[in-house]
Design a protein around this ligand. Structure first.
Ligand code: HEM
Length: 123
């Protein structure tokens, strides 16, 4: 069996990504360190933006129509430790979904490059 060409396709395309985002945020919201950040957030809008963002970041056909990540995140007090937990939940979600190790590492890498935009460390 040959593996699909793009990371996006290997993660199941649009339905795969939609399921991934739902399972990922279920984990985030069950984490008492991370859940408070999302207290006043419309999860429906957030998940829609995340489907776009992840789609675009993983070579899918989506384009991201939301605001710059730094604008949305800096000032919320998100620490490096929060960011790392967020990434660990993403990795666990991918692992549970049976995603190939190489693909899992690639997704985490593509998300990790945004760390400074989220924590504001470079600002
Ligand atoms: C690289 C990792 C991350 C990415 C790619 C990401 C991406 C996004 C995107 C695309 C949005 C929607 C933006 C919009 O509405 O225009 C968003 C919103 C949000 N993110 Fe993140 N995020 C990341 C990490 C985090 C972390 C670690 C936290 C907190 C622990 C966090 C908390 C939030 C909150 C609270 C909102 C909602 C803001 C609102 O209510 O409008 N994010 N994020």
């Amino acid at each position: 069996m040959t593996r699909a060409d793009t990371l996006y396709e290997r993660l199941g395309g649009e339905p795969g990504l939609a399921g991934l985002v739902v399972r990922f945020y279920a984990r985030i919201l069950a984490d008492s360190q991370l859940a408070p950040f999302f207290q006043n957030t419309s999860l429906e809008k957030l998940m829609q933006m995340q489907r776009e963002f992840f789609g675009a970041a993983l070579d899918g056909p989506q384009s991201y129509s939301g605001q710059a990540l730094s604008r949305v995140h800096v000032g919320r007090g998100i620490t490096s430790d929060d960011f790392n937990r967020f990434s660990q939940h993403l990795a666990a979600t991918l692992e549970e979904g049976g995603v190939h190790d190489d693909d899992l590492r690639e997704v985490i890498h593509r998300i990790a490059v945004h760390k400074n935009d989220i924590t504001g460390e470079a600002y």
